[in-house]
Design a binder for this molecule. Sequence first.
Ligand SMILES: Cc1cc2nc3c(=O)[nH]c(=O)nc-3n(C[C@H](O)[C@H](O)[C@H](O)COP(=O)(O)OP(=O)(O)OC[C@H]3O[C@@H](n4cnc5c(N)ncnc54)[C@H](O)[C@@H]3O)c2cc1C
Length: 361
Amino acid sequence: MWKKSHPGAMFARCSQPAPKMITTIDNYDLSARNTFAMNVKCGIFMEYTKADDIPFLLSSIRKDIGKMHIGAGSNILFTDDYPGVVLHSAIKGIQILGENMGNVIVRAGAGEIMEDLVKWACDRELWGIENLSGIPGEVGASAVQNVGAYGTEACDAIVAVHAYDEVEQEFVTFTKEECRYAYRDSIFKKPDARKRYIIHAVDYELSPDAGPNLSYPALQKKFEGCELSSLSPNDVRHAVIATRSSKLPDPATVPSAGSFFKNPVVSEECFNAIVAGESGPDVPHFRVDSGYKIPAAWLIDQCGWKGYSEGNVAVWHLQPLVIVNPERKASPCEVIALEKKIIDSVRDKFGIKLSPEVEHI
Ligand SMILES: Cc1cc2nc3c(=O)[nH]c(=O)nc-3n(C[C@H](O)[C@H](O)[C@H](O)COP(=O)(O)OP(=O)(O)OC[C@H]3O[C@@H](n4cnc5c(N)ncnc54)[C@H](O)[C@@H]3O)c2cc1C
């Protein structure tokens, strides 16, 4: 099914027959393709359903035209219209590939909704990704971002990532080690790899008998007094979803891009100065190799931003790390102006420069 409006001048070889199952739309409205609901457009939107379509798609785009790949657009702030080509994978499918020492190896297409994969695993009593319940986005991006929540990261279960390498023009498979996973980081976010690899499938190793990961205090509390061996992945999944929805806005009703800022890591000197200041010794922190990680939410809250609203943008009243677009009317400029004010206020009060977690396009 080749659905097309006009391939337009962005294509190098318009006459080449296009593979089936590719959708191409000119001057495409991206407002439903980013959870922040920014009302922006792209020059061309292309969606494909098979990995084999990727080489054709890439070869058909003129080299001087910008292009980017999106998932569900839940970690993206479009700062303006995007004049180039926006690619999106609609590669679906979840299949069991086999077993490894009693564990189950599962492959999911990059365009699967991560939440559907988590539900699929929990419904089959497979442990490993239940703590990732409720995280917006698609499977491909979750392997880029190494999404994480409640003491679990995607890389805990990922065993391989399958991608197309645009530079070498070949399909490649990365082992988990080759993905160089770290906190919300992977090889796919490094500058030389950012636009080089298009992920089309991800393999996970899930366990029928691992049991719950309740390392996160909020989950521990939920199951206090429970016989752990009686818990199912779905019990944990439902607890995670309930905990998340008590704090985070649902992007379907209140547009946002989730946590807007990264948690900063500061030097011992900076940390000691904050503790010696008016905040006192109760500054929340985690000791990490390079210093002290301080929750950005706490820093922002200390500056009085929780629940603040201005024009069409606001800071979520239950979680100050989240900037929201409640009426779907905010412009990118409004979001950026509020972002700047928050960064400036945290810098002025604590001497810490916050960096955005959300990718600005
Ligand atoms: C309300 C809310 C709550 C959130 N909570 C969490 C949380 O608890 N934990 C967490 O880790 N994150 C969280 N996020 C952030 C977000 O859900 C994740 O970063 C998610 O993985 C983004 O997925 P996406 O499909 O929306 O990707 P996008 O935002 O569309 O893209 C993210 C990046 O991946 C790249 N990309 C997308 N698809 C591909 C592909 N197939 N191949 C190569 N590159 C690709 C894009 O180019 C971009 O660089 C939250 C977001 C929201 C809105």
